[in-house]
Design a protein around this ligand. Sequence first.
Ligand code: M6R
Length: 610
Amino acid sequence: MCGIVGYVGKQLAAPILVDGLRRLEYRGYDSAGVAIHNAEGLGVVRTLGKLRVLHEALSEQPLSGTVGIGHTRWATHGRPSEENAHPHVAGGVAVVHNGIIENHIALRRELEADGVVFSSDTDTEIVAHLIDRALRAGASKLVEAVRISLGRVQGAYAIAVVSEHEPATIVAARHGSPLVVGAGDGEMLCGSDIAALLSHTRDMVFLEDGDIAELTCAGVSYSNLAGEPVERESKRVDWSPVMAERGGYKHFMLKEIHEQPEAIAATVRGRLDLDAGDVHGGEIGLTEEIAKRTRRVYLVACGTSYHASLVGRYWIESLAKLPTFVELGSEVSCRDCVFFEDDLVIAVSQSGETFDTIGAVKAAKAAGATVLAVANVLDSAIPRMSHGALYTRAGPEIGVASTKCFSAQLVALLMIAVYLGRRRDALDAATGTEVLQALCEAPSQINELLGDADYVRSVAAQMAHATDVLFLGRGYNYPIALEGALKLKEISYAHAEGYAAGEMKHGPIALIDEDLPVVVVCPKDRTYEKTFANIQEVRAREGQVIVLATKGDEALHELAAHILWLPEASEWTLPLLTVVPLQLLAYYIAARKGHDVDQPRNLAKTVTVE
Ligand code: M6R
């Protein structure tokens, strides 16, 4: 979950590393550090806290030099502290690492028996000592020492290494954690993801597991753990550096909420056949044959992606008439989940790197199921290991709380539902056209909702003191209630619960009193009457209700303390709309509390631990 970056070129490395880390800070932000070759040897600066602390330290204690590595950390082994911050140094070797070394205890004992004294609690320091030992034992090159050392290591890693023995080289390697290499003008970079390299290049190589890259100003060579050269193809990415900037918004999250119309439009672009009421299978990673042989759909995901999957279930059941199950990635490994060869397993993940979802994909593949990835990050682990991939085109999402990627995932799942429905004769062309036309209208409807942001902010101001909030909804409004609650708790740290409105009477109704705000998703859809009755039950117990209602619904207006209006819209695309006021509500409550909205405490955007 950490971010790593490396630079070798002709410019000063420090500002480039810090800029790269800034773009990776969403991956972890409890400490940071850099190691840079300069006239005195390897200069290392590490700081506890967010990147700005490192930035300040480097202003006071500048490091010159044009070759270096950097790291931003999300603690796994050892608490956040300066000693545990990366880079870790042994002899003249410095290492940054993202991942977990599973056999670190055995290796630590072995190295201690050799006389090594450790200065941190991390698993990473072991790698630095192994490389130093290999160099001292006669490895002729840094790349060779890294290869020897990685031969001893079990677990997941992406590492970047510099050494005083070869001050013009960075060696980077990947096994299980992402690593990208990019060539700039007379410079080479590596990093945990595209965003870190974007201001230098858009031509990137996504390393494969087992790859080792040797970077110098002159270029890069790739080899494997056996020392054999390997060829890796460069891909041009279509994200621009500007997309990863805040662009005048106070927080990335707010910017990303406002980018949802474009994220949706981009995700459907070129993929629909409106006249035929259909979706182009090749564009979404599916084939006629897969659609026809599928007997069940299994969606696996975590967090916000899980909520998108829950909505997807309603669509796939309704439009494709396929039995559909949704499971949390982390639960797949805790159950004897049964997958069949004629299952279509859809792994939904913004980052494409989530450990728990990867575990579920492995289980599904082992059972012979077909796996389709829905991911936002090009060439990330889950699409790579799946049989097909549908990339959402939300652009880089930097805010830890996912917003535009959720919307883009919904779009992907709706397209999949239509494609399956059409192939399986469960959906006629006219209904397909109706659904897809509704999808095309969603961006302008969301723009309309965003126009009410100031009103949502005023409601948020009145809710900001709440320590508990209940979110209710029925049908596909239920996962939206779950998502509204997750957004609020992630960034405002208020306790929030999402519930199926029909379940309220089975327990949560006991919570209701005049102090509990209850947010109810109640558009005019097929669940309306029942949810309306639930709202009356809350009101009868003095609960204050904040309702998302279809414009003009006077009956609800009378019952609600606050009403957030939704435009008239097709039922098919309501989830794309109802989520927006809830995202804004969470955002404005958290911002009002003065929280670090983009980097909420204890979280990281890419969760690569179990
Ligand atoms: O990258 P993924 O979509 O697989 O991530 C899954 C969750 O970690 C993620 O959705 C998390 O819940 C977000 N912080 C939600 O805002």
